[in-house]
Design a protein around this ligand. Structure first.
Ligand code: HEC
Ligand code: HEC
Length: 419
């Protein structure tokens, strides 16, 4: 009997020891892991890289002007659409919709603009190589703002002349409607294009120059919109100081377990790395095609488009010097790996920016994680994912970790509304 109690006690003691060992394993990090965690920390965000293609990128008056343009619904064919219609500050500069709604419906999900000044490529397919060139896309898209550059030049002429001139120098007189029609641009719309083709090259250039400067001002504004430090960042800061109490206060044990999966077995970090949780490259993750939309080959077309873009870093409208534009010069523009590849979005504030993926195909974070568990066959090209057999508990932990990345925007409140 005595012996039985002794053996029983031994088993209990051993079990307790294993339990404690497992616990300590879960809360301590190896040196290599600490290096990885530090690389994800917001404190590791380098200084904002300069944008040599935009002389006004860091001009504070250009940023003020850009903020006005960002919120101005007169920049549209129906007077109702501004950048902020889809990039709503209160929704982390996204819109909560699967497909963005401007004057029409687009074929992609609105991305956040927070922190995108760090990204060498804009859009899910990277078809633009700067924020200013990006801004000029939606303004002339038939389903977004629906306007034309001639219309916008008239608006600047009539509403923003003094402010424009104080930043960019003299603005031509656009009042002669015979020379400068109300609606004219090199777009798909036949009458707008015909009006554009009828203008002299010099007049077209005068209009395009104003249009380009509008983009450069908007980019100067967007460069100020950065993510705020989250509980995850507080945790890493505490870890680096070896402050166990502060670590415990920052993340729950489930969130820490989710973080461990994220950087380890789940391999999320292969693509979602760096302080913005994106490598800004293009990957095929086999996201199912969106209902009723044609197949989307992502970067394959995006790479061609950026090379041919009227406003790219090497264009006449760019301020870049001869040795700039390395990203564009060394672009990978061919290869099967581009088929169906998209840019991994930042995961900062991801709990606030659903639905998810390039066409809003996945409604919730829980479903996103199920997608990574099952790694389905890609509708276009080949998925890079491998199946990862998460348990239910692990999926919940991973989701809990993703939710710990929400902290909003790091910018003064006056930047987050119409000025
Ligand atoms: C109709 C809604 C809508 C409007 C209006 C709109 N956007 Fe977007 N925005 C989107 C969508 C959708 C995407 C992704 C599109 C794609 O990849 O094809 C996007 C992508 C972006 C990106 C790329 C972010 C990244 O990580 O690559 C930036 C920056 C951006 N928009 C800024 C702007 C600015 C500036 C304006 C105003 C000039 C604007 N948007 C107007 C819906 C909109
Ligand atoms: C091979 C690269 C790669 C890996 C590995 C990867 N992702 Fe992604 N992730 C992407 C890409 C690319 C997208 C956008 C795909 C699309 O829209 O088609 C994305 C999208 C997401 C989104 C949606 C974000 C949004 O705003 O729409 C979440 C959340 C996400 N990933 C989390 C994770 C997690 C969690 C893991 C690990 C289990 C992971 N990712 C592993 C590349 C990757």
């Amino acid at each position: 009997m005595k012996r039985m109690i002794l053996i029983g006690g031994g088993i209990i003691l051993t079990a307790a020891a294993i339990f404690l060992w497992a616990q300590s394993r879960q809360t301590s990090w190896s040196e290599a892991e600490v290096v990885t965690l530090k690389s994800l920390w917001i404190g590791s965000l380098p200084a904002l890289p300069p944008d040599p293609s935009n002389l006004y990128a860091d001009n504070s008056r250009a940023a003020e002007f850009g903020q006005k343009l960002f919120f101005d619904t007169r920049l549209s064919s129906n007077g109702e659409v501004a950048c902020a219609t889809c990039h709503k500050p209160e929704l982390m500069f996204s819109d909560g919709l699967p497909l963005a709604q401007g004057v029409g419906t687009t074929s992609r999900k609105t991305m956040t603009i927070i922190g995108t000044a760090y990204s060498p490529w804009m859009f899910w397919d990277g078809r633009k190589d700067s924020q200013w060139a990006q801004a000029l896309g939606p303004l002339e898209s038939a389903v977004e703002h629906g306007g034309t550059r001639a219309q916008y030049a008239h608006l600047i002429d009539e509403v923003y002349r003094a402010e424009y001139e104080s930043i960019f120098g003299s603005l031509p007189d656009f009042s002669d409607r015979a020379r400068f029609p109300e609606v004219a641009a090199p777009v798909d719309d036949e009458s707008a294009r015909a009006a554009w083709d009828a203008m002299t090259q010099a007049d077209r250039d005068a209009v395009t120059q104003v249009y380009v400067n509008m983009g450069k001002a908007i980019a100067a504004y967007e460069r100020l919109i950065m993510p705020a430090p989250s509980r995850f960042d507080t945790y890493v800061e505490a870890l680096l100081k070896d402050d166990k109490t502060a670590m415990k206060a920052a993340l729950t044990s489930d969130e820490v377990a989710g973080l461990r999966l994220f950087i380890d077995r789940a391999q999320c970090i292969n693509c979602h790395n760096g302080p913005l949780f994106t490598n800004n490259d293009f990957h095929n993750t086999g996201v199912p095609a969106a209902n009723d939309l044609p197949a989307d080959d992502g970067r394959a077309t995006g790479a061609r488009n950026v090379l041919n873009d009227e406003f790219n870093c090497l264009s006449q409208w760019s301020d870049a010097g001869e040795n700039d534009c390395a990203e564009l010069r060394y672009i990978v523009s061919e290869g099967h790996q581009l088929d169906g590849a998209f840019k991994p979005p930042t995961l900062r504030n991801v709990a606030e920016t659903g639905p998810y993926m390039h066409a809003g195909q996945i409604a919730t974070l829980a479903e996103v994680i199920r997608h990574y568990r099952s790694a389905p066959i890609a509708p276009v090209g080949h998925s890079e994912l491998v199946m990862i057999p998460f348990t239910q508990i692990e999926m919940a932990q991973l989701e809990a970790f993703l939710r710990s990345l929400s902290a909003g925007v790091n910018a003064p409140p006056e930047l987050l509304q119409a000025p």
